[in-house]
Design a protein around this ligand. Structure first.
Ligand SMILES: [Zn+2]
Length: 70
């Protein structure tokens, strides 16, 4: 029996990251297929709710950060 906390294939879409500027919550605001790594990976943009700082990351279908592109 498995304890499932996140469905595979959601690309970590419900992740909340910590803002590097103000340590506020960064929410996912844009998702797109990764331009180099293809449809198995997503490029995601996060925007801070407090200061508007933006950051992008590349993740696989399990929401794990891609080692190829930071
Ligand atoms: Zn911030």
């Amino acid at each position: 029996m498995y304890l499932v906390t996140a469905k595979p294939g959601n690309f970590g879409a419900h992740d909340i990251l910590a803002c590097k500027s103000c340590h506020g919550e960064m929410m996912l605001t844009r998702r797109s297929p990764h331009p180099q790594l293809g449809s198995d990976f997503e490029e995601q943009r996060f925007t801070c709710r407090q200061c508007g700082h933006e950051a992008t990351r590349s993740v696989d279908a399990q929401g794990k950060p891609s080692p190829e592109a930071a």
